[in-house]
Every structure is written in C-alpha cells, then in structure tokens.
Ligand binder design. Structure first.
Ligand SMILES: [Zn+2]
Length: 345
C-alpha cells in the first residue's frame, strides 16, 4: 500500500521556503531571476554560497585567489581533506561542492585576485554583492563599486567568536565609509590570521548576511538597514541604527579612490629581484604591535629599528615603519598583495 503513495518530486524542492509568506512564490521567482556575486569562497563565502545555492538563486559568481589549506577545514564548509592534501584552488573546489548540491543555480567560479582592474568585469550583471572577504582593503573596493553602480551589498566580518553584518543599500542608508570613514592603520585590527576564529561565529555571521541578502533580492524596499553584531561564544546579539554621513567621501561626495586605484599603484616588482614591494598607507604603524600579533603564527619575527622581518606563507617579508613591505620569493603581485592584506593590512 505504502508504495502507491506518490512521494513529492523535484517540483517540491522550494516548497518550505515558499510557504514562508514574506518570501512566497513571488519572492522565489525573484531569487530564480537573480545573479549574486560572492567575493571569497572561504569561511564566510562558503556559508553564503551554500545559502544562495540551496535557496535557488539563478546565477552565482564566486571568486577566490587562494588554495585550500588544512587550517581552513574547521570552518570552510565547501572543502574537504582531499582539497587540502592537493592544495586545490578554492574557486574550483567550491564549484565542485556547490554543483553537487544540485538545484537550478548556475555556478561560475573564478580563481583570481579581485582588484580595481577586474572587479567590474567579474561582477558584471550581478544584482547583489556579498562580502566573503578577509580584509578591509577588499571591502572598501566592494563599497566603492556598489555605491558607484547603485548595487546593494552586504558587509560581513568575523574574528574570534563575534562579527558584524551591515546591509548597504546605496542611496537608502549608510555605506561602509559612513561607518568606518578611513581604512584602519596597518596592523591596528585583529584578523582571523592573528586572533583566530570559530566555526559557529562564521556560521552565525554568514547566515545573518545571507538572510539579509535573500530579503534584498526578494523584497528590497521592505528593509531598514541596521548594523547587526553577534557573538557565538557569549550567546549575545544586538542591532544598531547607523546614521548616514552627509560628508561621506563615497556616498556623499561620489569619490571612489579604491575602485580607481589600479593594482600597479599598490605594488612594484623589484627589478632583477624575485620580490614585490607593496605600498602601505602612510606612517605611524606600530611594528611592535604587529610583531606581537604575528608571534602565534610564525616563530620567526624580528624587529630591528624601523624594520620588521619575518616569514609568512613561505615568503621572506620585510615591513617598514611607513607601512611599505617587501615580499621576497615571488614576482606575482596578486600573491604579494594577498600576503600583505591577510597579515599586515
Ligand atoms: Zn557613505
């Protein structure tokens, strides 16, 4: 008798989320028609990508410059041991994992360092930009692009057990530079590479960001953007209204310096040497403080006068008092910037 009862088929895939009335069939149609850009396929990016693919967005573009490392596996949900063993490019491993989930989403993955020169092309045609990055430099770039093109984006950041989410609706609320007017001084912020990070914090922050992102696609006018703060260790959360700054250089004065600064202005290949120089953002960095942050991840940190010397990811790195760094052992500007932004920015 039991085998005469017809089980629901693939047409029932999105039944439970369509039953959620604020989304409904109309919202689901919006998702199916949408293209989403995710910058980063790691911790935040992995949870974001899974949320959008499982929810049935039409097209997902995901970009990451790194390859999978063993230390990624506790929180980067698209990757497995085999990817770390073979140091698979995260973009490729992510696409394979996302394609295995099935469903209607077309996943486009790019193994690339996103910068001012390629971000417009990579994100072309996308209705929503999602932050799965691990550094502020990239977020200011996303913010410039989003405000210039009038595309909504969702800022998400996580360190330790807590993080922040801010939906940014150009013209209808604050942008990232209304909240943080200037990039932090080099070495002044904790990062996951220095302070560590927990999987539940990644899950909480990325899930909140994904929820906000889905709502922006389904019903953008229904939202008043607020800054959400959540801590997955202490079990606390709060949300704050962030005022828009009329004098904001980005959304107030339409200046887009991060989008207009080509990669060549941040880096210089040293002639005849296997090294790249990365420019800093001015004087005043605290080398002793940076040395302290780096100590847990590399046993080899020395500060001598106005210079810090260390080894990061197998490259010899010299950081100067003015924020400039020399990365030895590569001529790849993207790789040098990746090291700088992860450990020193
Ligand atoms: Zn602004």
């Amino acid at each position: 008798m039991a085998n005469l009862i017809k089980q629901p088929g693939p047409e029932s895939r999105f039944d439970r989320q369509v039953r959620f009335s604020p989304l409904g069939p109309d919202g689901q149609k919006c998702l199916a028609d949408a293209s989403v850009f995710i910058l980063g396929a790691g911790a935040l990016g992995g949870v974001l990508a899974q949320a959008f693919v499982r929810s049935g967005v039409g097209r997902l573009v995901i970009v990451d410059r790194d390859s999978v490392e063993w230390s990624n596996l506790p929180r980067q949900i698209l990757f497995e041991d085999k990817h770390a063993e073979s140091a698979t490019l995260k973009a490729l491993a992510a696409k394979a994992s996302l394609d295995r989930m099935g469903g209607p989403t077309i996943v486009e993955a790019h193994a690339a360092h996103v910068d001012a020169e390629n971000i417009k092309q990579l994100s072309q045609g996308c209705d929503l930009l999602m932050d799965g990055s691990d550094n502020m430099e990239t977020r200011y770039l996303l913010n410039d692009l989003a405000v210039q093109q009038d595309t909504p984006w969702v800022y998400a950041g996580v360190v330790g057990s807590s993080g922040l989410v801010l939906p940014i609706l150009p013209g209808a609320g604050p942008c990232l530079r209304c909240l943080f007017p200037e990039p932090p001084l080099s070495g002044s912020l904790e990062t996951c590479d220095t302070a560590g990070v927990l999987m539940p914090a990644v899950g909480a922050v990325a899930s909140l960001a994904a929820g906000v992102g889905l709502r922006l696609l389904a019903n953008p006018t229904s939202m008043t953007p607020r800054l959400i703060e959540v801590d997955a260790w202490h079990g606390e959360s709060r949300s704050l209204k962030v005022p828009r700054n009329q004098d904001c250089p980005t959304c107030g004065k339409a200046q887009f310096p991060f989008l207009e600064a080509p990669i060549t202005e941040r880096t210089l290949t040293m002639c005849g040497r296997d090294s790249v120089q990365v420019r800093g953002r001015g004087a005043g960095i605290d080398l002793a403080q940076i040395a302290q942050r780096l100590t847990p991840i590399t046993s080899d940190v020395q500060v001598t006068g106005p210079m810090l010397r260390t080894n990061l990811d197998g490259y010899r790195v010299t950081l100067f008092q003015d924020g400039r760094a020399l990365i030895e052992g590569t001529q790849d500007k993207g790789k040098a910037l990746a090291i700088y932004d992860r450990f020193l920015a």
